[in-house]
Design a binder for this molecule. Sequence first.
Ligand code: ZN
Length: 194
Amino acid sequence: MHSKTSLRRLIEGNERFVSGAADPVDLVELRKANASGQSPWAAVVACSDSRVAPEIVFDTTIGDLFVVRTAGNVVDELVLASLRFGVHALGAHLIVVLGHYGCGAVQATCDGDTPESLACVCDEVRPSVEVARARAASEKVILCDEAVRRHAEAMADRVRSDAELGDAVPVLWGVYDVASGEVSFQEIDVLDTP
Ligand SMILES: [Zn+2]
């Protein structure tokens, strides 16, 4: 499957999720059909937030997505290693880094009120908050929302700069709205780059 087809499936799946028209699936049949192997068609990095499950948000099911989740959708060496496996061993055609509005890790970093348990996560988010703070000073953007966007973008850049991933598949980022259910994809034009 082409990476553009993978993106179209994600977009259409999110539209079904938003409208409440999720595809009916037979999980027992799908479980049996996928028992002998997997070939996910996209990889997604998302936050561990209980509202942000990519399989649900994109109306996908068993065998569709290779998902890596960390608090604050932080990309570290273990996440990169997982993505390398998802792409090179399993054949995912596309990587999406999915941030989300209302992210507790980003909010805590913006507030400068970091719980001990999230300290190392917030350390990873902080550079994006500083970028957002500079922008919020001159433009009409809400600091935390802007930080969510800049952080997802920064994590996508981190994936792209990995020697084994950057040239292998397109890397996009997007932001999930926990209220509307909509995912806004960014940098879709990378799919047009030969
Ligand atoms: Zn979050």
